[in-house]
Each structure stands twice: as structure tokens, then as C-alpha cells.
Write a protein that binds this ligand. Structure first.
Ligand code: FES
Length: 228
């Protein structure tokens, strides 16, 4: 119903209530009611528009503090003990699932064999959002979502690497691509420390790490094959 259309017209009112001078007076009153109604509707429209804009802004800039989409303190460093990649054990050593951040936290021990060194290594660590801690260990927060078609991949103790159950994309402990249909290495979130706490910024995703080659691969390919 338009704001110019009263619930019934004066003519309709006549038919319903008998017409005459009384009807003319009623029609006059209805005209002023229409003006009142129009103004009221404009006020309502204004309030609704304001509420809609506020709602849109809230959707665009939601208050996500501590929730997925924001920086999340996932625990203290001691909750995520480092290990060499060949010794990773899910949720016990080197690799830990952090549900609130939808992230696998990978913590490679100091002394982990690396394929790069010097500035080539530090540049590659930076470009893959891998953080070197002061004890020499390496941290990376790997987003759980497979970059092929979006399935959640799993860590496999049998082959100390991540493997996607959907079409077999396979990623190393640092998220680097190993094989399968994934078009790039696994995506990762920015990671930092606040004192002894580990912070994963799930609002900052690096989703552009290409397949590694001999000049960019950081961690050797695992020596064991996945059982299936
Ligand atoms: S969605 Fe993971 S391999 Fe296809």
C-alpha cells in the first residue's frame, strides 16, 4: 500500500456508511489524516533507513574481537611444544588444531633441517608468514581450508603432513604444497606474540603462496608416504 492511499477511499467510505454532508466532513478529515499518515510514514522510513544503514555498517565492520575474523590469542607458547617435522604428532608435538581460529598451528623446532639459508631463507619466511621465534623455532598458522575446493584438510601422523580427504591435496608441515590438485600452498594467517601468548590474526590471510620450487621450498619433503 502506498503512503498516498488510505486504507479505504472516501468514496468507498460513502458506500459503506451512507454518504451526504457527514460523508463530506469525514472525507475532509481523511485528507488531513492522509497528510498525518504521510508524515508519519516519512518518519518511519527515515528511522528504518537509519537502522538499515547502521545494520549494514555493523555487518561491514562487525565487532569481532576475540572471534574468527579478528586477532585471537590462542594460548601460551608452552601449550604448543615444538618438534622437528619428522617427529610431529597431532595435538602433541609440533602441530596443534586451534578450533576458534580454524587453524593448524605448526611449531618447528630450532634445528629443523631447512633447505634455504641466509637472506633467501628470511625472505621466504616473511613471504610465507612463518615467524622465527627468539629460540630459533619457527611458527606458522595454517588455515584449515584446502585451497583446491575448500574442504577441511587433516594432519596425518602416518606421513607427517596435511592431506585433504576430498581430492588428495597434500601440504607439508609449513603449509607448502607437496602434490595434488591444489593450485598453491595452503593459506596462512598472520601470527605474532604478545609476551608469552600466541596471537593468530584470522583477519589477515595470506592466500597467495605459490607452489614451491627449488629456490623457494623451505622444508624438505617428508620421507614417508601417506598410507592412502
Ligand atoms: S578440496 Fe582439497 S583436494 Fe580438493
Amino acid at each position: 500500500m502506498s503512503i498516498d492511499t488510505p486504507p479505504i477511499t472516501p468514496q468507498q467510505y460513502e458506500v459503506l456508511h451512507g454518504g451526504g454532508a457527514e460523508a463530506a466532513e469525514i472525507a475532509k478529515q481523511r485528507l488531513s489524516r492522509r497528510r498525518f499518515l504521510r508524515r508519519s510514514m516519512l518518519v518511519v522510513w527515515g528511522l528504518s533507513t537509519t537502522a538499515a544503514v547502521a545494520g549494514s555498517l555493523a555487518m561491514l565492520y562487525p565487532n569481532l574481537a576475540g572471534q574468527f575474523g579478528s586477532a585471537i590469542t590462542v594460548g601460551t607458547k608452552s601449550q604448543f611444544p615444538a618438534a622437528k617435522p619428522s617427529d610431529y604428532k597431532f595435538n602433541q608435538a609440533g602441530v596443534f588444531y586451534v578450533q576458534e581460529a580454524k587453524t593448524y598451528l605448526s611449531h618447528m623446532a630450532a634445528g629443523t633441517p631447512l633447505l634455504l639459508s641466509g637472506s633467501a631463507l628470511s625472505d621466504q619466511l616473511t613471504s610465507e608468514l612463518i615467524v622465527k621465534d627468539k629460540d630459533g623455532s619457527l611458527w606458522v598458522a595454517i588455515y584449515q581450508r584446502c585451497v583446491h575446493l575448500g574442504c577441511t584438510f587433516a594432519f596425518r601422523d602416518d606421513c607427517v603432513s596435511f592431506k585433504c580427504p576430498c581430492h588428495g591435496s597434500h601440504y607439508n608441515v609449513d603449509g607448502e604444497y607437496l602434490d595434488g590438485p591444489a593450485p598453491r600452498s595452503a593459506d596462512r594467517f598472520a601470527l605474532s606474540f604478545s609476551g608469552d601468548s600466541v596471537v593468530v590474526d584470522t583477519g589477515t590471510l595470506k592466500n597467495s603462496v605459490p607452489h614451491p620450487d627449488a629456490s623457494t621450498r623451505i622444508i624438505p619433503v617428508p620421507s614417508v608416504q601417506c598410507s592412502a
